[in-house]
Design a protein around this ligand. Structure first.
Ligand SMILES: [Zn+2]
Length: 85
């Protein structure tokens, strides 16, 4: 049962710019940045960013942690263009 509604879909990773939650269909203002890395696709120092509102921070964090991708969660105000698109 897909309680969280992920449906296997993955939010776009390059949504930094306007601070809108990266969760699919969510247009809430993002308060958090989830920094992640897929070792199969990215060099170790590379960080992709998903933005998350308070409601989706845990949801997206679990999505990434389950795959071993999540590195850090930081307040969106601290992102400061760490990862230009
Ligand atoms: Zn959201």
């Amino acid at each position: 049962m897909d309680v969280l509604g992920t449906g296997g879909s993955v939010p776009a990773p390059d949504a930094v710019g306007e601070l809108v939650c990266s969760a699919k269909g969510c247009r809430a203002e993002a308060g958090w940045g989830l920094l992640w890395n897929n070792p199969r696709l990215h060099t170790p120092e590379r960080r992709k960013v998903w933005l998350a509102c308070d409601d989706h921070r845990e949801h997206l964090g679990q999505f990434l942690s389950a795959r071993g991708f999540l590195r850090h969660t930081v307040p969106a105000g601290e992102l400061d263009r760490q990862e230009p698109a």
